[in-house]
Structures are given as structure tokens and as C-alpha cells.
Design a protein around this ligand. Structure first.
Ligand SMILES: [Zn+2]
Ligand SMILES: [Zn+2]
Length: 129
């Protein structure tokens, strides 16, 4: 069942995400997160949890997943769906560099990055290498 998210939450989230502290790399087109990061090297952002009507709870989002949450205007992305970085830059949150896909495809991309060559992914976009 779809979770209702107040429209105002998306506005607040967008403001927090595109706060002018990010940098766009003009050579690769990556939008580089310059805020907090987690242990895995992914951009991290704390927002008030829209599921809590009293708004006392905060929730930590990975920035690259939050971009998609905002793009599709949903409460969350199911855990079993990965948001892959086509550019292999974990700090990037450029929507066109991200893709929703199964973990299997994301794992294939790890090999592409290691070999610095995309071996193509049937039904999914190529890596940006
Ligand atoms: Zn990128
Ligand atoms: Zn690839």
C-alpha cells in the first residue's frame, strides 16, 4: 500500500539536498555531494521522518536514494531495489547517473568498474566509465 507523504516534506527534502553546497563536475557531469558521508562512502542526509506526525523522529537517508525518492514522489524505495551509480562515483547524486535496478545488475557494474570497461547489461543502461 502506498504511504501518504505530505507534499511539504518533499519541498523540505529538496531544499536540504540542493542547498548550493554540492558541486557539479563539468567533465563527468557528476553532482558531487560535499556534506556528511556514511562508512560506505555514500552521501548522507538527516531529515525529519514524515511518518511521524509529531515530527520528533529523524531519519538518515543516503543521498543517491533520496534523489530517486524525490523523483518518483514516493515514501521510500523498497530495500531490494538498488539505486546504482552508472558513474561509479559514490558521492554523485546526479539523477541521470543513477538507475533503479536489481542487486544482480549492480554487482555486474562492480566488475565493469574494476576492469574499467562496461560489459553491457541487458535491459539496463551502460556504465559511465
Ligand atoms: Zn556521477
Ligand atoms: Zn557496466
Amino acid at each position: 500500500m502506498a504511504v501518504h507523504v505530505p507534499a511539504g516534506w518533499f519541498v523540505v527534502a529538496e531544499r536540504a539536498l540542493y542547498n548550493g553546497r554540492d558541486r557539479v563536475d563539468t567533465t563527468r557531469g557528476c553532482r558531487q555531494w560535499t556534506g556528511a558521508t556514511d562508512d560506505g562512502g555514500y552521501g548522507m542526509l538527516c531529515l525529519k521522518d514524515h511518518r511521524d506526525p509529531t515530527v520528533t523522529q529523524w531519519k538518515t537517508y543516503r543521498v543517491h536514494r533520496l534523489v530517486f525518492i524525490l523523483a518518483i514522489r514516493q515514501a521510500d524505495i523498497p530495500r531490494w531495489i538498488d539505486v546504482s551509480h552508472l558513474c561509479h562515483n559514490r558521492l554523485c547524486f546526479q539523477l541521470s547517473h543513477l538507475n533503479l535496478e536489481p542487486r544482480k545488475i549492480n554487482r555486474e557494474r562492480t566488475k565493469c568498474n574494476r576492469d574499467r570497461q562496461c560489459r553491457h547489461h541487458v535491459g539496463y543502461p551502460d556504465c559511465l566509465l
